[in-house]
Design a protein around this ligand. Sequence first.
Ligand code: SF4
Length: 318
Amino acid sequence: MREILTAGRYFKKTYGEKVYKIPVSMFGFTCPNIDGSVARGGCTFCENESFSPNVGKVKLKANYLNLNSTENPFLQRQLAELQSQYSSTKAKLIKKFKAEKFIIYFQSFTNTYAPLETLKKLYTSALELDDVVGISIGTRTDCMTDEILDFLAELNQKKEIWLEYGIQSTDNETLDKINRGHDVANMYKWIEKTQERGLKICAHLIFGLPNETQETMLQSTQKMVDLKIDSLKIHPLYVVSNTALTASFKRGTFTPISKEKYIDTVVKAIKLTPQNIIIQRITAGIDDDSLLAPIWCKNKHQQMKDIRDALKKENMNY
Ligand code: SF4
């Protein structure tokens, strides 16, 4: 039976104990695909302030994010929130699991889209917090620069640094369709530059994007394998309210992936992934009223059970 290298198993092997990821969300951060620098409205599945006044209501327009500037009037607030979000989640994890080691995950929006001096301060401060063994930075490849990578490579000498790139698909037609705002050539270029610095990459893929066949989804997976990325996160495309995708779904021009097809594709994707690639996520669920479709995404526990069962039949243990 193949023991799939999950994040849990990887961290246990590396640190001798479980490491817990703590997501943080930085006040004022946004995304160039939302604020108009690349596009407006964002990826078609992304819930953001273009569609909902409630999302990011404390978010500022990116006009302070003049990337040539070292000025950031919100830095003190961002640093304070980094510390408080970390401390509050850490306390809960200690209470529940007796957790001792943590990775801070800069999760919301695009976490390299800020002045370099801001990023330096935030990343360094995160790594200095007690019991933090590394950071993971969620971003887009078109928001990476050589200067950021060089700085991260320095940090990587002492602690574990991960870049989580939203890839979604390696099909340019799909990327256009979802209003991604960049093409696959951009992804390949920055994946290569990231790897040249010895930094680890977790690629995010979405299965069930508009017009994609199982073959397209597996091609995207294969491409990531060929590029020798370190880790994969896979999840199904679901429709939530207040997104551009909602309109397509309501018009009947977008049909969500079925549970059976999703599971079958995940199993095939993992089968073609070498054992050294960490599989950090195999599905996602959203248990609230914002989920419009597919309804099977509501129950993440059931999904996990079904995917685990399907993997077992193929002699793989997640
Ligand atoms: S890159 Fe991420 S934050 Fe930006 S629009 Fe797409 S999904 Fe939303």
